[in-house]
Design a protein around this ligand. Structure first.
Ligand code: G6P
Length: 440
């Protein structure tokens, strides 16, 4: 049985991830579960509820909530990292500062993603170092954002660390594809996909008999994007921001009907529309603070007050099942095929070997073995070259404390209209991130 620590214990995602782990103990037995955060007050809300959940559902699992790195990282097999440096308050800044200049504000794309990257690098490296100090044989599964920049930073600065970078967006979209196709699960499909994180394309989707499912998907997506409304209901129908994104994928698809796009590409192809569609005084961060955060923390406090979780409305974070799959693949050498963010190293033949790319890998006890994707077309290659330059410049700027390189990163982002606006946004971001960024 495994010992697991979840870093970012105070995350709104923690309770549902724990329920998902508990639901899978038949194939992934757990001996110890710890949650760790550097924010004691925030973690306590979640920790108290988790204690009750575990007592009721899995009394044999040893449990600890701590803010002490040594306690947290000693005797663990896996570190599941989903930290948010600066919390939603800083996400709000990432979104609102660019919007002041008419530029889309988004937590992982464009200026917002760069600012968030500059905050996250140090936090994620700190976790890697704790893991290596206290449990040198452990693996870190990292899904902290912005995943692309964080992954590049770990490649550059901790090249030998046992860290796997993974994102839930392709998983979520593949679950939608399975529904469109009338399949039970995304696991009934084998996919080919390439790109950078939040910047990729599916080139092939097949069932387990090898039948090509792309024609049916294309027919549906060309009409509806990834919205499931045409099938009756959509699980996100009460979330207008996500519904807009899923519908908009139809327009992104039209740019290259040979492939199926990741939804995040909308920010790069339709940045003006995305900016106009935003309310500069009430962004996604505000929606999440008033929605998910209130709901999750409210439910945690209710569980703690009632001293039982028997009637909880927390459900198993099923879309997070990829975390179980990945853990199991490493722990039991399952050779599961999964999309991970790994050094390219020739997998995309005509693309920079040191780029961190998102591609299918076979995962076993020794880590991921990436699958070759061959040559990619000029359209995607050109876009990816520009975006990977942004991501690498951010990491170089962080290492060298270079204003110049960070300005270049902002100016090189496809989302930013010109170098003057890039500089204005950068200067505001420096002010807002004083507590978090290295001094440039
Ligand atoms: C998807 C992305 C994540 C991102 C999240 C934001 O799951 O893959 O990288 O953090 O969406 O969702 P939210 O509801 O917080 O806007």
């Amino acid at each position: 049985p495994q010992s697991i620590v979840i870093a970012g214990g105070g995350s709104t995602y923690t309770p549902e991830i724990i329920l998902m782990l508990l639901d899978n103990t038949d194939t992934l037995p757990i001996r110890k579960l710890k949650i760790y955060d550097n924010n004691e007050e925030r973690q306590k809300i979640v920790a108290d509820a988790v204690e009750i959940i575990l007592k009721e559902k899995a009394p044999n699992i040893e449990y600890l909530a701590t803010t002490d790195p040594e306690e947290a990282f000693s005797d663990v097999d896996f570190v599941m990292a989903h930290i948010r440096v600066g919390l939603y308050e800083m996400r709000e800044q990432d979104e609102k500062i660019p919007l002041k200049y008419g530029v889309i504000g988004q937590e992982t794309c464009g200026p917002g993603g760069i600012a968030y990257g500059m905050r996250s690098i140090g936090g994620v490296l700190e976790l890697v170092d704790y893991m290596e100090q206290y449990s040198p044989d452990a693996w870190m599964l990292n899904y902290s954002n912005p995943a692309a920049i964080v992954a590049e930073a770990t490649r550059r600065l901790r090249p030998n660390a046992k860290i796997l970078n993974i994102c839930d967006m392709p998983i979520g979209l593949e679950s939608r594809m399975a529904k469109i196709l009338g399949l039970n699960s995304r696991k009934d499909m084998d996919v080919r996909y390439y790109g950078l994180n939040h910047f990729g394309w599916w080139t092939d989707v097949r069932d387990k008999e090898g039948n090509d499912l792309m024609p049916k998907l294309k027919e549906y997506i060309s009409q509806n994007g990834y919205s499931l409304e045409a099938l009756g209901t959509d699980p996100k129908e009460n979330d207008p921001s996500w519904m807009y994104t899923f519908r908009k994928a139809k327009d992104v698809y039209e740019l290259d009907p040979n492939t199926l796009p990741n939804t995040y590409l909308k920010y790069y192809f339709f940045p003006d529309e995305a900016a106009q569609h935003s309310n500069p005084n009430y962004t996604r961060a505000n929606e999440v603070i008033d929605g998910r955060e209130k709901r999750v923390f409210g439910e945690c406090m209710r569980i703690t007050d009632m001293k039982t979780a028997k009637d909880t409305n927390f459900h198993i974070g099923d879309h997070a099942s990829y975390i179980v799959d990945l853990t199991r693949a490493i722990a039991y050498n399952t050779h599961e095929r999964m999309l991970l963010i790994v050094p390219n190293n020739g997998s995309i033949v005509n693309f920079e070997p040191t780029a961190m790319v998102e591609i299918p890998c076979i995962v076993g006890s020794n880590g991921p073995e990436p699958l070759t994707q061959g040559e990619i077309p000029r359209f995607q290659k050109g876009l990816m070259e520009q975006q990977v330059a942004v991501e690498k410049l951010v990491v170089e700027a962080w290492i060298e404390k270079s204003y110049q390189k960070l300005w270049q990163a902002f100016a090189a982002s496809k989302i930013v209209p010109n170098a003057a606006v890039a500089k204005e946004i950068l200067d505001d971001m420096i002010e807002a991130n004083k507590e978090y960024w290295p001094e440039l």
